[in-house]
Design a protein around this ligand. Sequence first.
Ligand code: NAD
Ligand code: IPM
Ligand code: MN
Length: 351
Amino acid sequence: MPKLLLLPGDGIGPEVCAEVRRVAAALTPDIEVTEAIYGGASYDAHGTPLTDEVLAMALSADAVLLGAVGGPQWANAPRALRPEAGLLKLRVEMGVFANLRPALCFDALADASSLKREVVAGLDIMIVRELTGGVYFGQPRGIETLPDGQKRGFDTQVYTTSEIERVARVAFELARGRRNHVTSAEKSNVMESGVLWREVVTELHARDYADVTLEHMLADNAAMQLVRRPTQFDVLVTDNLFGDILSDAASQATGSLGMLPSAALGIKGKPGLYEPIHGSAPDIAGKGVANPLAAILSFEMALRWSFGRGDIADRLFAAVTRALDGGARTGDLGGTMTTVAMGNAVLAELG
Ligand code: NAD
Ligand code: IPM
Ligand code: MN
């Protein structure tokens, strides 16, 4: 039986994952869903956000779906043991270097965006975020005390040729199945890693993907262009940190951060990691009002990319579209529905 490991995590994570469970039970009863403790919840229970047992479960599943981790109650935990550290470790151990974050504006939601309808109508961007390198992992990093008593905090941004090339390749391949355009964003005007990034992407393009149009854009300009005219983007490939920031910005153009799913992929045949791009949302956690669609659409991506069930993924995507067409809206989309009611709306459309 194909296996999905659910790691609900903290805050709204368990609330949105409960809706994924219901959808999975209705749609794919033949996929075995197992749940395990992770994040702050695991830190509280076991003193670590990711136990070896749960990591082993993740590596032997066909796909892993995360809710979210973190929250103010763990702000003072040792940095290496904070919930977010468990997430980063999971990404690295699973080797999922390419994070696909589709920012898609459902037609029914064009008026839910904080941008004008005419700016976001038809918006369909595939953000490809490098996920296992860059400043998130570069060494050295730390906080040290200087002789004068001041402190100095430092991080290192670092990319190798192969790290850039493999994620750029994913972007070019995806573009071929879409509108054949890749925008690569970096800061080659100020960063050495940005210079290398641009060089490697340019060379790979010339060598293997000359049929795809390639545009280089400085990351700050990319942020501006995402709110000016987001429909100019097809595939947007960028590093770990810029990808984190640009995808949150793009999400709001689609209506809400609560709408954006993601798929993190690495080596063929290895499990994929699926997660909404939003966090644990401490401000609304426990109220039952979080939008579960980013999590449900992450399951849709898992069906497509890990379970080879594109047909069932299409059905789920169509059900979400119809639920939104029918007016289903959680608070972030300007409505009043609870998390469970949104789950019900999708289930009703699945029939
Ligand atoms: P956040 O994404 O949790 O929330 C930002 C804002 O968006 C909040 O107002 C929140 O209520 C709203 N929001 C997010 N998801 C929503 C949803 N599904 N429905 C409705 N509204 C939603 O970001 P934050 O507040 O900066 O971070 C909170 C915690 O989450 C931090 O500890 C952070 O490290 C963590 N975090 C975890 C992940 C992850 O697990 N993948 C991602 C981002 C942030
Ligand atoms: C995300 C989150 C994470 C990141 C944090 C929680 C480590 O913001 O998945 O977008 O920065 O990658
Ligand atoms: Mn983020």
